[in-house]
Write a protein that binds this ligand. Structure first.
Ligand SMILES: *Cc1c(COP(=O)(O)O)cnc(C)c1O
Length: 373
């Protein structure tokens, strides 16, 4: 008998949505019946639910996770001439938000174990112009927030968490996004909590910040057609809020599914020569938005996996300080060796809550055979 080749997608949104599809469709019908498309009561409902989930007083829904970073900085008073410290191993949006607030991104390398900002290197990057630190909870694992907050307090800096990949991540028992002055979330479809389109949100305990964020997402107005600041059109869409309200109910279960898949990968790949496995820091709970291993001949391995029907990915091949778009900042290769080495060796394996044992075993053995050729 011929063996059936198993294809493993990088992400299977259909497998995730099928069991809750009818519930989501019904929730969307309610929005349509109420004509509550831009902002409105379904957004308010999701905001209340997500604030409760994160353990913050407030949540402000916006258009996407780039707006949420940008508005956070604007609403906290970041402006031209300011510097914001962030890691270079992140998605471009983190730095873009700093640039669009008028400030300058100042990069600090990542820790080789957690892939989040190296807290021992932050103070050396602080100048009189530094106004904020923006740690990134990369791949679903929290940056080490206590030392970051300590440094921030000492130097009077704002802390904005880029929690785009960390919906439900824990740090010492607290939810990501509830620890700094503001937490910024993306609900891009591929994120652990994903909309059926674009959406984002900011969590905070600060009522003044909440009000400022509500203004920025609404053209700088508190009262319609009376504009106190120059804002933007950054509202959350009502249909997305309704989808997110349904999906939030299943987020913990989905994150548990990812943790189960990660544990199984860890088991199957333990001791494999040439593969470094992800490490969960003892201070927190990783939600494995991305399950990234490190392999030295990464591009070859990626290609070989593809030939075997396994869709792997790279997050991210080029650290932000080496992107053409930021050539003007004057960084060069060698400035952030850990981020650069990770960019060359990171390999993201298929990861989603519904991964089956058979799929995980298929990926693990395909990875082993790709290495040994
Ligand atoms: C996805 C992501 C963003 C941007 O979110 P969008 O909703 O796509 O705008 C920002 N930062 C990080 C780390 C992300 O992964």
């Amino acid at each position: 008998m011929q063996s059936v080749k198993i294809q493993v997608p990088f992400l299977d949104l259909k497998a995730h949505h099928d069991p809750i599809r009818a519930e989501i469709m019904a929730a969307m019908a309610e929005v349509i019946d109420a004509n509550a498309f831009a902002g409105g009561k379904f957004v308010t409902k999701f905001e209340d639910e997500y604030a409760a989930f994160c353990g913050t007083k407030f949540c402000v829904g916006v258009g996407n996770g780039t707006d949420s970073l940008w508005f956070s900085l604007l609403a906290l008073g970041i402006k031209a001439g300011d510097e914001v410290i962030t890691p270079p191993m992140t998605f471009m949006a983190t730095a873009e938000a700093i640039t669009y607030a008028g400030a300058k991104p100042v990069f600090v390398d990542i820790d080789p174990k957690t892939f989040t900002i190296d807290v021992t290197k932050i103070e050396a990057a602080i100048t009189p112009r530094t106004k904020a630190i923006m740690p990134v909870h990369l791949f679903g694992q929290c940056a080490d927030m206590d030392p970051i907050l300590e440094i921030a307090t000492k130097h009077n800096l704002i802390v904005v968490e880029d929690a785009a990949q960390a919906q439900g991540t824990l740090y010492k028992g607290r939810k990501a996004g509830s620890i700094g002055h503001a937490g910024s979330f993306s609900f891009y479809p591929g994120k652990n909590l994903g909309a059926w389109g674009e959406a984002g949100a900011i969590t905070t305990n600060d009522p003044v910040l909440r009000e400022a964020l509500q203004m920025y997402r609404e053209h700088g107005q508190k009262k319609k057609y009376y504009h106190d600041v120059v804002g933007w059109n950054g509202r959350m869409d009502g249909l997305q809020a309704a989808v997110l309200s349904v999906k939030l109910k299943y987020l913990d279960k989905a994150n548990d599914g990812r943790r189960r898949a990660a544990a199984r990968y860890n088991q199957l790949l333990a001791g494999t020569a040439g593969v470094a496995l992800p490490i969960e820091a003892d201070y927190g709970r990783h939600i494995y938005h991305v399950y990234a291993v490190r392999v030295s001949n990464r591009d070859t391995v990626l290609k070989k996996l593809g030939e075997q029907g396994i869709s792997a990915g790279i997050h991210y091949p080029v650290p932000v300080h080496l992107q053409n778009a930021y050539a003007n900042l004057g960084y060069k290769r060698g400035d952030f060796p850990v981020s650069e080495a990770c960019g060359e060796t990171f390999l993201s394996l298929p990861m989603f809550p519904e991964l089956t044992d058979l799929q995980i075993e298929t990926v693990a053995s395909a990875l082993k055979s790709s290495l040994s050729h």
